[in-house]
Design a protein around this ligand. Structure first.
Ligand code: ADP
Length: 323
C-alpha cells in the first residue's frame, strides 16, 4: 500500500449547499494529518486538464457558511471516454495525487469507481439536494434545500390565505420524491405528488379541496415533485374542477443555493473528515454513508446497486396530516 502524502478533492455533478463545508473539512483534515491537499476545479474536468489549486487549513477560512462550491462543479462527458480517463490518471500521477475525494451524487460515484479501477484510490462523499443516494440515509444539501423551499412556501401561504387561493408548488426531484415529501409535510400540504406513487387525482386532490371548501378552509397547498409532471397542468385541473383560484410557483434553482443549515455543515464536516481518514486507512472505491446517524464506508459498486424507496411511514403521515 502506497503511503498517502497528497490528496485531491473535487465537487461534481449537481451542486448542493454544504459542498464548501465538505471541501473545508477535507482540507482541514489533510492539514491535521500533515498531508497536502489540492482542490480540483470543475469536477472531473479539472483532473483531465490539471486545473488545481493548493488548499491548506487557512485557504478554506470562512467558507463553511457559504453556498455553492469554491471549486466549481460541472458535468464532464470526456471523463466517460477511455482517452479522458487516461488523461485524468496521468494528471494524478504527474501531480503526485495519491487519492481523490469526490463530492457529489450517483453520477460522481460512477466516475469515482472508474477512477479507483484505474488504480487511483478514491472515496465518494454524498452531496445532493434530492437525498436520493440509496446507501446513505442522508446526503449533504438536503436539509438546506428543504428549508429554502419551506421559507418560500410559508411566504406563499400568507398571500394564498388572504385571497383564499390554491398554490401549486413545484419542487426539485426528477426521479425521487424525498424533498417533496419532506417539504410537503413541513408546510402542511393538502396533496403531495411524487414520482414513486400513483395518485388518484380525483380522490386524493380534487375531493380534498372540495371537502375543504365545504369546511371553509382558507387556502390549499399542493406540492409537485418535478419528475411527476407539470405543475401548470395540475393547477389547470384543480382550477377547472373546483373553481378555486389557483397559482403556480416553480421554485427551481433557488433550492440549490443559500447558506447551509447547521445540519448540513455538521454532516459535511463529519463526512469530509471521515473520507480523508478512510483514504489514510488505505481504502479505495468506497463511499461515505450515514446510517442511523453513524458514518460507515461502503463499496461504491454495492452502494450504486442499492435502491432507495420513499419513506412509506412518512408518506402515510403526510396523508393523515392532510385530512
Ligand atoms: P451527480 O453526481 O449529481 O449524480 P452527474 O450524473 O451529472 O451528477 O455526474 C457527474 C459527472 O460524473 C459526469 O459529468 C461524469 O463526468 C461523471 N460520471 C457520471 N456517470 C459516469 C460513469 N458511468 N462513468 C464515469 N463517470 C461518470
Amino acid at each position: 500500500m502506497k503511503e498517502i502524502k497528497r490528496i485531491g478533492v473535487l465537487t461534481s455533478g449537481g451542486d448542493a449547499p454544504g459542498m464548501n463545508a465538505a471541501i473545508r473539512a477535507v482540507a482541514r483534515t489533510a492539514s491535521y494529518y500533515n498531508i497536502d491537499c489540492l482542490g480540483v476545479r470543475r469536477g472531473y474536468n479539472g483532473l483531465i486538464n490539471g486545473d488545481v489549486t493548493e488548499l491548506d487549513a487557512r485557504s478554506v477560512n470562512g467558507i463553511i457558511s457559504s453556498g455553492g462550491t469554491i471549486l466549481y462543479t460541472a458535468r464532464c462527458p470526456e471523463f466517460l471516454t477511455e482517452e479522458g480517463m487516461k488523461k485524468a490518471v496521468c494528471t494524478c500521477r504527474y501531480l503526485g495525487i495519491d487519492g481523490i475525494i469526490a463530492i457529489g451524487g450517483d453520477g460522481t460515484f460512477r466516475g469515482a469507481k472508474d477512477l479507483a479501477e484505474q488504480g487511483i484510490p478514491t472515496i465518494g462523499v454524498p452531496a445532493t439536494i434530492d437525498n436520493d443516494i440509496a446507501s446513505t440515509h442522508y446526503s449533504i444539501g438536503f436539509d438546506t434545500a428543504c428549508n429554502t423551499a419551506l421559507d418560500a412556501i410559508d411566504k406563499l401561504r400568507d398571500t394564498m390565505q388572504s385571497h383564499q387561493r390554491c398554490s401549486v408548488v413545484e419542487v426539485m426531484g426528477r426521479h425521487a420524491g424525498h424533498l417533496a415529501l419532506y417539504v410537503g409535510i413541513a408546510c402542511g400540504a393538502q396533496a403531495i405528488l411524487v414520482p414513486e406513487k400513483t395518485l388518484d387525482f380525483d380522490k386524493d386532490v380534487i375531493e380534498k379541496i372540495r371537502d375543504g371548501i365545504i369546511n371553509k378552509r382558507s387556502h390549499y397547498i399542493i406540492i409537485v415533485a418535478e419528475g411527476v409532471g407539470n405543475a401548470i397542468e395540475v393547477a389547470e385541473r384543480v382550477a377547472s374542477q373546483t373553481g378555486i383560484d389557483t397559482r403556480i410557483t416553480i421554485l427551481g434553482h433557488i433550492q440549490r443555493g443559500g447558506t447551509p443549515t447547521a445540519r448540513d455543515r455538521v454532516m459535511a464536516s463529519r463526512m469530509g473528515e471521515f473520507a480523508v481518514r478512510t483514504l489514510l486507512e488505505g481504502k479505495t472505491n468506497r463511499v461515505v454513508c450515514s446510517v442511523n446517524s453513524e458514518l460507515i464506508d461502503i463499496d461504491i459498486a454495492e452502494a450504486l446497486a442499492m435502491k432507495k424507496n420513499l419513506h412509506e411511514k412518512m408518506y402515510e403521515t403526510s396523508k393523515i396530516m392532510a385530512v
